[in-house]
Design a protein around this ligand. Sequence first.
Ligand code: GLU
Length: 447
Amino acid sequence: MKKVITRFAPSPTGVLHIGSVRTALYAWLYARQHKGSFILRIEDTDKERSKKEYEDNIIDGLAWLGLVHDEFYRQSERGHIYKKHLKDLVSRGTAYISKEEIKEEGQHAEVIRFKNPNKVVTFRDEARGDITFDTTELGDFVIAKDFESPLYHFAVVVDDFEMGVTHIIRGDDGISNTPRQILIQEALGAPRPVYAHLPMILAPDRSKLSKRHGALAVTEYRQEGYLPAAILNFVALMGWNPGNDQEIISLDEMIKLFSLEKLQKAGAVFNIDKLKWLNKHYLKNLSINEARETILKYMPVDLKEKAEANNELFVKIVPTIIDRIATFGEVASLATEGEFTYFFIDPEYSKNDLAGKDEQSFEDIAKHLDKVVNMLNSIDAQHFTAEVIKTALWDYATEAGRGRVLWPMRFALSGRSKSPDPFILSEILGKEIALRRITHAIKLVTA
Ligand code: GLU
């Protein structure tokens, strides 16, 4: 069997977008599955619109996602190859130089036109079945401005031929280009590759996908703290499924299960909540150390310094942070809202806050917190876990009223209306800090 060769062929006229990632992923998966080659080909024949920064963005984005290519080409470096084929077609009369009048300027220019055999072309699309097109309406279309400047269609066909591409997997905007490309292929004597055109990605309201619906460039997802595994899982299932309702799928499984037959015909819908949900799933699978490293990157500098200086405590907070976020980007906003500060700095608050909604007297608060201090004191530092603390306090809290005991305790520890429960907080802060903060609260209400 022939070696499978697929390609991802972006034009560097914009950054790598989530829709293009899907095209790249499917081509990559198909190559991996068949132990073939995956080509990255930068289609920069449009010199005005192509930019190096976009090329870099595309290459970096793919590398970050782990979609590594086996071969790399730039069309701007392949002029001699297109020229050879252009000369060949012209010498055989399949293409010809045509003098054209440029209307507005009354000048003449030359272009190279393809001599259209005017026929009906039928090709099989793996996603949609047979597609038939009468090429007569294309006329003798232009394939190059001159021998040095091939147009897009010509360069694509020459490249796919020269690079031995066996499967063309691309967006469905490529469908209308295919008949023209097949004519050129036949003129070059190139074999016809297998085609699979992917359905459009639509916004949830089935309108055109845009930033407004949360669709961003890959670099932006990266900045917002999405994980490559979540993005790949997400795009994989926009337009393909393994034939069941499986929502979590690893790259290895995709390589095993991917198939062109299971491509969807209907437009795939982009759902940012699904991506967040997947990201949360993959966040939870990170090791504490990976999570710790990444959270630090997203923390404001002052907090980051405190976290690094109190590493033992910080490591204990990591799971509670992971619990509260869907993307690492949310760490920054939680931090600005003061959600982590109290772990590192004793909180400040007014004694009225300690009463909570029960509005109990300061005397009662002092009485309950005294009791809490006594019980915490009776637990030794090594066994100071949420479980043990809860067991020690539970009966008393139940008898006196849980809110009456646990609210002031929790508030004394965090100084906030919302925070993890007082048992977890006590464990994270440790015996010494927990006792210090509760004792301070007692002082406040008895002063
Ligand atoms: N360079 C084209 C684009 O970025 C894709 C060409 C192809 O896949 O055949 O739209």
